[in-house]
Design a binder for this molecule. Structure first.
Ligand SMILES: C[S@@+](CC[C@H](N)C(=O)[O-])C[C@H]1O[C@@H](n2cnc3c(N)ncnc32)[C@H](O)[C@@H]1O
Length: 244
């Protein structure tokens, strides 16, 4: 499998400072995890580690893994900067057992990470691997920004607009896949550089999650449209899937 983040990893956090942009998610996870007595959580697509930082700050014992060695390197340096020591492992989320011998009270796979897998077979392998790393009654949380509503928005989105840097998404999709062309434009005297990263997501809708999660052996699937737990509908701006 190709690592689409090997170069992108080093600029990924131009989205914003790691400490500041997870407010709503923090309250959502704190309440959800407390309701289910979660103590240990695996972020199996931890990227640059923003959520690991958040989980540790709100009192959970976090472990991270990711397929991208570069994302893990960036995560390790962020965590070190905050004097946070926690396990970071290289793992494809289809085969979590190869890196994690222990099981967890919760597993999360956030910010449109699972849709990097494109076939039902791979998706089912990943969800089954996640289920097998959960303690009995454990929670799986998946989040994504792709919904019928967000697919209907204009194709060009300015995501970051700073004096020295702009990040623009140019999006296209058919019935099955969405491609996001990420255009990073550095325009300061110190750094003048353009980079393009093309990420292809499988479009997974609520019925896909319900079908695949049931096949993988999950129960009690709930789907929300925001972090206040409003029930998901087609006009929702995100999809948050919680399964036991
Ligand atoms: C859009 S980023 C999201 C990262 C992070 N969860 C966040 O919220 O910023 C997607 C992440 O999924 C990881 N990823 C993609 N396919 C993977 C796989 N098969 N196994 C583990 N991680 C994978 C990528 O390396 C990348 O770090």
């Amino acid at each position: 499998m190709k690592d689409y983040y090997s170069k992108f990893a080093h600029d990924y956090d131009e989205f914003g400072p790691i400490e500041s942009y997870l407010g709503e998610e923090e309250v959502f996870f704190k309440e959800l995890f407390d309701e289910h007595s979660v103590k240990t959580v695996l972020d199996c697509a931890c990227g640059t580690g923003q959520h690991l930082f958040m989980f540790s700050r709100i009192g959970f014992q976090a472990t991270g893994s990711d397929f991208s060695e570069s994302m893990l390197e960036v995560a390790a340096s962020h965590l070190a900067k905050h004097q946070l020591e926690l396990p970071l492992r290289h793992a494809d989320f289809r085969f979590l057992e190869q890196a994690h011998s222990e099981t967890f009270d919760a597993i999360v796979c956030l910010s449109t990470s699972l849709p990097h897998l494109h076939s039902d077979e791979d998706l089912l392998t990943a969800l089954t691997s996640m289920k097998n790393r959960l303690n009995p009654g454990g929670l799986l949380v998946l989040t994504q920004g792709t919904t019928p509503y967000t697919l209907s928005l204009p194709a060009i989105e300015v995501v970051v607009n700073r004096e020295d840097f702009s990040r623009i998404f140019v999006k296209e999709h058919d019935d099955q896949f969405q491609t996001i062309h990420v255009l990073d434009l550095f325009h300061s005297p110190q750094r003048s550089e353009n980079n393009q990263y093309d990420i292809v997501y499988r479009i997974l809708l609520d019925e896909d999650y319900r079908r695949l999660l049931q096949q993988a052996g999950f129960e009690e699937v709930q789907i929300f449209g925001d972090y206040q737990r409003t029930p998901y509908e087609e006009t929702s701006g995100r999809m948050i899937v919680v399964a036991r």
